[in-house]
Design a protein around this ligand. Structure first.
Ligand code: COA
Length: 257
């Protein structure tokens, strides 16, 4: 029977494969939990040198499950497994690689700010419609995106919600290379195996130096989470989530002051 997050290990490479095809790999709380456990296991297990996130053909990840967002809006609580996953991404000591084909929405894009290498196919689309959903950026993307691509591009991605195609994602440094869909697996496998063969102590030390201090990243995750939780409880957000689930355009006119 298929599970929504499939974890496999071969040659020192742990693959974390999102597999919820009916919902384009939208993430539920158990899926976050499974990914967190995989990241924690990677750091604890000497047999794992590197972890790879991959999705399905055409759907890397459609972001957080919007029905879950509506549940959080009702309860007033952001799901704890989401924050645990974001913190685990920051805490990870071994390299993370993303293999993106098709849609990479919300956390499907912001996850890449925590990956050391990322490869995308020409079919990839990166989009973070946080503000359209009456929310704010998460995963410390409000800190890491301006650092990576500059203020203007970061605003375009995170606030305007403009889709970035694979070529633009490569230009702004979100992905290392754009590769044909048929070559994605082999390209990622080669990179992962190359890392798996390196001296692990030196690799971990180099990675930690390159990533730098994580204190401000963790602080920003908490700051964003507080704002995100407040926004989740807003009437605007409820309208945005309900409209998505009812397959209609949201109407924010009653919230204009
Ligand atoms: N949460 C819950 N369900 C989602 C979802 C999400 N994030 N993304 C897609 N789905 C569901 C759709 O509701 C649909 O379910 P249904 O078949 O029961 O009606 C199914 O997945 C297929 O999606 P659909 O919209 O029909 O496919 P599409 O190819 O036309 O569009 C997307 C795909 C991802 C562009 C579109 O579904 C979308 O915009 N999803 C929301 C993305 C989002 O805003 N995520 C949160 C970011 S913070």
């Amino acid at each position: 029977m298929s599970t929504p997050v499939e974890i496999t290990l071969a040659g020192g490479v742990q693959t974390i494969r999102l597999n919820r095809p009916d919902k384009k790999n939208a993430l539920t709380l158990p899926m976050y939990q499974a990914m967190t456990e995989a990241l924690t296991a990677a750091d604890a297990d000497p047999a794992i040198a590197v972890s790879v996130f991959e999705g399905l053909p055409g759907a890397f990840c459609a972001g957080n499950d919007i029905e879950d967002f509506l549940g959080f809006a009702r309860s007033g609580e952001l799901g704890a497994p989401i924050l645990a996953f974001l913190r685990a991404l920051v805490a990870a000591r071994k390299p993370l690689i993303a293999a993106v084909d098709g849609l990479a929405i919300g956390i499907g894009t912001t996850l890449l700010f925590h990956c050391d290498l990322a490869f995308a196919t020409p079919n990839a689309v990166f989009k973070t419609p946080f503000v359209d959903l009456a929310l704010v950026p998460e995963a410390a993307s409000s800190l890491l995106a301006p650092r990576l691509m500059g203020q203007a591009r970061a605003f375009e991605l995170l606030a305007l919600g403009a889709p970035f195609d694979a070529a633009k994602a490569e230009r702004v440094g979100l992905v290392n290379a754009v590769v044909a869909a048929d070559d994605l697996s082999i390209t990622v496998a080669r990179a992962a195996l190359a890392l798996a063969q390196k001296p692990p102590g030196a690799l971990a030390a180099a990675r930690a130096l390159i990533r730098g201090d994580t204190v401000d990243i963790l602080a920003r995750i908490d700051q964003e989470a507080a704002e995100f939780a407040a926004r989740l409880r807003s009437g605007e957000a409820r309208e945005a989530f309900t409209a998505f689930l009812e397959k209609r355009k949201p109407d924010f006119s009653r919230f204009r002051g």
